[in-house]
Design a protein around this ligand. Structure first.
Ligand SMILES: C[S@@+](CC[C@H](N)C(=O)[O-])C[C@H]1O[C@@H](n2cnc3c(N)ncnc32)[C@H](O)[C@@H]1O
Length: 300
């Protein structure tokens, strides 16, 4: 299927769809660092444009005549990790919906943080999709049940023209694993540590995890153990000087990027791109489900 990726970041979503045979023709992104990183890993073009200018975006996307538009508009304004208010940036969800409604591909996939589902921005985007004639399958997926060793919950809205709402629900449900994937399931014994520190949002939450559980969500920042870390009763082991802290590279692997993925940019930028990304295996899981739904649709 002819595919374009909007708000493409460093390319997690693109790579997962490409792995399932989707023909990615172009990507669109405005952040310089992410554009450079994306370019280094894909052979199709990535265009540096501001997608909030919907008419310019439509002009740039239209020549590719996509069958499917995929994308994860920025989620800072309703992400758990950010401020819990909806500000200007949430309207990029509307921009995504408006672009889809003008280009009218057969399908689209929009990804966001789980709490986006109940946001005003999404309900406005949802109206735009419905008015444009799309049936919607709306689902929150836990990446650890979709081939990724990380408990990361993401909202997926999968739209297809001329379908009833919920059309792909059963397909998703059938494919979701009952068992969450741990780091040991994914990496075997190759990591070289059993426990690691992941800086918590606040000290009411634990910070030490075992490789015999899924990793917590990889966020956009990576901090060493602070001197004053008080410990938490649920830490998987006590904090000591030899406790492992995840490296940038390890965080990318936990996001299921391949080992040869090329990372370009400052450490801060790369950490941010990694935290922003859709895990490649989660993207691939969604892409495979889309493929099955399209096959079903063409048989009807
Ligand atoms: C959640 S990230 C997308 C991650 C990507 N789907 C992946 O899997 O790697 C959102 C992206 O939107 C980009 N972005 C933010 N505002 C934008 C705008 N106005 N136009 C284009 N891209 C924008 C950000 O730079 C960021 O890379």
């Amino acid at each position: 299927m002819r595919t374009v990726d909007l708000f493409s970041g460093c390319g997690g979503l693109s790579l997962g769809f490409q792995k399932q045979g989707f023909d990615i023709l172009a990507a669109f992104e405005w952040w310089d660092a992410a554009v450079k990183c994306y370019e280094a890993n894909f052979s199709h073009p990535v265009f540096q444009i501001d997608l909030s200018d919907v008419s310019k975006a439509v002009e740039a996307i239209k020549p590719f005549a996509p069958d499917i538009i995929i994308g994860g508009p920025p989620c800072q304004d309703f992400s758990h990790a950010g401020k819990r208010i909806e500000a200007g940036r949430a309207s990029l969800t509307d921009s995504f919906a408006e672009i889809v409604s003008v280009i009218r591909p057969k399908c689209f996939v929009m990804e966001n943080v789980d709490r986006a589902r109940n946001s005003n921005a999404y309900s406005s985007a949802r109206n735009i999709f419905k008015n444009a004639g799309y049936g919607l399958t709306e689902i929150v997926l836990d990446a650890s049940r979709c081939g990724t060793p990380q408990k990361r919950k993401r909202f997926i809205c999968f739209g297809m023209q001329n379908q009833p709402d919920g059309f792909a629900q059963t397909l998703f449900d059938k494919r979701i694993s009952q068992k969450p994937m741990t780091l040991r399931d994914y990496f075997g014994n190759t990591l070289g540590f059993e426990f690691y520190y992941r800086h918590p949002r606040n000290y009411n939450r634990r910070a030490v995890f075992s490789i015999d559980e899924p990793a917590p969500t990889m966020r956009g920042v990576n901090r060493p153990v602070p001197k004053g870390y008080p410990g938490h009763p649920n830490d998987a082991c006590p904090v000591n000087e030899s406790l492992h802290v995840l490296s940038t590279q390890e965080r990318a692997w936990i996001q299921t990027f391949p080992k040869d993925y090329i990372w370009i940019g400052s450490k801060t930028d790369v950490e941010q791109m990694i935290g922003n990304a859709v895990p490649v295996n989660l993207a691939s899981f969604v892409a495979e489900t889309v493929k099955l739904a399209v096959e079903e649709d063409s048989r009807d």
